[in-house]
Design a protein around this ligand. Structure first.
Ligand code: NDP
Length: 404
């Protein structure tokens, strides 16, 4: 019933497009628009090859999503109901501007980050609240897995298991092996910027800053492994502590192997992760952009990826009966299974499926309402039901404290 534009044609866009192709009673007409159109063409060719029964129609176009007039023309020519932005966080504001100008709804999976400052926060996008409301349009921010499903898990814990959440730990384990010496699972520039930045967590009403990867502990990830995990700052912490003010401490943990950290330390030590442009043969180039060009593309990791991801949220606080409670909600996903289904690795899969689900819940009216929204502000139940239907089964573990 709905026309949508997907912007971007990377690892995540590939999954969103293929999940739209599966969900063809909702997504009937999809345009994939991106910078390098051959990548969008490849996705469409794979849909035709692997999903010949899909009734959804796919087409492709070139767009520079940094350019608002180009975006406006693209949207006006295709006339979608919404835009699913799975390009890079740098493009969030230009795409939101174009959506406002053309009167279409908006969804993304990562909050805005300026290209020249390694800093991400919701303030820039929250500032669009009044404009989206006035136009009767919805913008759904950060609807991937983390951010995204982790906020739905938080809202689910608050709704079904706690009278108040006091401590929240989001844990993200990739226990997969892609066989490469060093590679990032999603856009290298965004990924490395996130990890090399100082850590930060919320405690007693304020942010506590840490050195990069300063705090760690071994965490047991159910059905997967016990893995050393590090405190990072992650964007959903900002909106979660705003929308759940009873939270006294909120942290985000991610696993990294020794080999990964060793490579990252060397790359950082020699300046290869810097975002400061240098002169190279008469050209200005940011070392991290060059690094991205030599690292394997995230989508190229998919074919030989083995192992699982496990991402979940542990909450502590008084339960529904007023007694101290601890509860964990999580998903485990197998990389090879993702490849068989949509020719993607697990990190792209776990991001792309929630984006498709968020778009579906907007298009079918379940979540649709004017304004700028974070996932935890919306009813988690239909989202979690859809995760179970669309390939991300949700599990729960009661009464066991996995994160100390
Ligand atoms: P990729 O780098 O694989 O893909 C990004 C795509 O965006 C590429 O096709 C790229 O084009 C395109 N693009 C970049 N700049 C522009 C531009 N100016 N105009 C048009 N297209 C552009 O990234 P991923 O697919 O791995 O990630 C996509 C998004 O998902 C990112 O924002 C990332 O932060 C987010 N993400 C969110 C997660 C979550 O759980 N919430 C987890 C993982 C990722 P080209 O091919 O020419 O480079």
């Amino acid at each position: 019933m709905s026309k949508v534009i997907i912007i971007g044609a990377g690892g995540v866009a590939n999954v969103v497009a293929k999940k739209c192709a599966q969900n063809d009673s909702v997504f009937t007409d999809v345009l994939i628009a991106t910078r390098t159109v051959s990548k969008a063409d490849k996705i469409v060719a794979e849909i035709k090859q692997h999903m010949p029964d899909s009734r959804a129609t796919f087409s492709t176009a070139t767009v520079d999503a940094d350019n608002v007039p180009e975006l406006v023309k693209l949207i006006n020519d295709f006339r979608p109901v919404m835009v699913i932005n799975v390009a890079l966080p740098y493009q969030d504001l230009t795409i939101m501007d174009a959506c406002l100008e053309t009167g279409v709804h908006y969804l993304d999976t990562a909050n805005y980050e300026p290209k020249d400052v390694a800093k991400f926060e919701y303030s820039w996008q929250w500032a669009y609240q009044d404009r989206f409301k006035e136009k009767g349009l919805m913008a759904l921010l950060g609807c991937g897995f983390d951010p995204g499903a982790t906020q739905a898990f938080t809202a689910f814990l608050a709704k079904h298991h706690f009278t108040e959440i006091h401590e929240l730990d989001i844990v993200d384990c990739n226990n997969g092996d892609h066989g490469k010496a060093f590679a990032t699972n999603f856009n290298p520039e965004i990924n490395i910027r996130e990890i090399t930045a100082n850590g930060r967590y919320w405690e007693n009403g304020q942010w506590v800053e840490t050195q990069p990867l300063e705090i760690s502990q071994d965490i047991y990830y159910p059905k997967v492994a016990t893995r050393k995990s590090f405190v990072l700052y992650h964007e959903e912490l900002e909106s979660i502590v705003k929308h759940f003010p009873t939270i006294k401490r909120a942290r985000f943990w991610m696993t990294f192997g020794e080999n990964y950290i060793k490579h990252l330390n060397v790359l950082e030590g020699i300046g290869m992760t810097s975002i400061e442009p240098i002169d190279f043969r008469g050209q200005k180039i940011a070392p991290i952009e060059f690094l991205k060009a030599v690292l394997p593309a995230p989508e190229s990791l998919a074919e030989n990826y083995a192992g699982q991801t496990c991402i979940g949220v542990q909450a502590k606080g008084p339960g529904k009966d007023g007694q101290p409670n601890v509860h964990f909600v999580y998903n485990v996903k197998d990389h090879a299974e993702c490849y068989r289904e949509v020719q993607a690795q697990g990190v792209s899969y776990t991001t792309g499926v929630p984006a498709m689900i968020g778009a579906m819940l907007m298009l079918n009216g379940t979540w649709m309402q004017p304004g700028v929204w974070n996932v935890e502000q919306l009813d988690p139940d239909p989202f979690i039901d859809a995760m179970n239907t669309w390939g991300l089964p949700v599990d729960e573990l009661a009464g066991i404290e996995l994160v100390k």
